[in-house]
Write a protein that binds this ligand. Structure first.
Ligand code: ATP
Length: 260
């Protein structure tokens, strides 16, 4: 990639949740888990198992009641989201409706949109990379769903942070477009080596780009391992039943029963 956007960043930072406890007021969530530096890890598990909450704890949108969040070995538990070395892409609502494509991407460089020549070159490069060249002046409502997610990815490119959090970012797209987007994430990961935490319900999505799997159930990490093992039937039984059952809640009840 030319100099404008991306001098290759440092390798991704490891992410650790060290005995993190958190609750929205109901059942507590307890996470004690490591995410390998510079790898893509799929976070899977039944609905309500705590996947989005885990990402929000890493991003700083939620704060642990006890325990620590470490990124690159540094305790960031008390840092606001803007101070953390993290980018995040959600399923939707990533963009400001009143700002153009170019401006939405530019926010990744400067929250006030005071952009230098280097910033503008980086933005142009990221738009080219994500297939959005020519659509710079459009507003989000003038884009397709897939294009909007490309804008969010372009912003990630210009931010160039060592950790990327993806919360079901392509769930609303059709299968072919979803595969294109996953391949784009994989290509960017191959170039930059950031640490990616990828929440998904879809085993085929996880399998396509992930090297590791963290499986959550009822607010705890129920299993971790290599994606190759998990998706070739050699993973833990709890995961095999989740995939096989196609009914996360049934598995969840089962695990809950086992623990009591
Ligand atoms: N803002 C909130 N206020 C109160 N409870 C919440 C809030 N967000 C999530 N929860 C609860 O916390 C638990 C974990 O939710 P979370 O969204 O992390 O699960 P998830 O695994 O991402 O689910 P899904 O796959 O359905 O998106 C659930 O019991 C959920 O109802």
């Amino acid at each position: 990639m030319p100099d404008g956007v991306a001098s290759r960043s440092e390798m991704g930072a490891p992410v650790r949740l060290d005995q993190v406890s958190f609750s929205y007021g109901e059942a507590p969530l307890d996470f004690d888990v490591d995410f390998a530096a510079a790898k893509i890890t799929a976070i899977m598990g039944p609905s309500g198992s705590g996947k989005s909450t885990l990402l929000n704890l890493v991003a700083g949108f939620e704060t642990p009641q006890s325990g620590r969040v470490l990124i690159g070995g540094t305790d960031v538990s008390a840092e606001p989201p803007s101070a953390r070395p993290v980018s995040m892409v959600f399923q939707e609502n990533n963009l400001f409706a009143h700002l153009s494509v170019e401006q939405n991407v530019g926010l990744g460089r400067s929250p006030s949109l005071r952009l230098t020549g280097t910033d503008r070159a980086a933005i142009a490069e990221a738009l080219e990379r994500t297939g959005l060249a020519g659509k710079e002046k459009r507003l989000p409502r003038e884009l397709s769903g897939g294009e909007r997610q490309r804008v969010a990815l372009a912003r990630v490119l210009v931010r160039d942070r060592p950790v990327l959090l993806l919360d079901e970012p392509f769930a609303s797209l059709g299968p072919a477009l979803r595969d294109d987007m996953l391949d784009l994430v994989a290509a960017v990961h191959a170039e930059r080596g950031m640490t990616v935490l990828f929440v998904t319900h879809q085993p085929e999505n996880a399998r396509r780009i992930s090297e590791h799997v963290v499986f959550l159930d009822n607010g705890v990490v129920a299993a971790t391992g290599k994606a190759d093992d998990f998706f070739t039937g050699a993973g833990p039984e709890v995961f095999r039943r989740y995939i096989g059952a196609g009914d996360g809640d049934a598995v969840s009840r089962d695990v809950a029963r086992k623990r009591t």
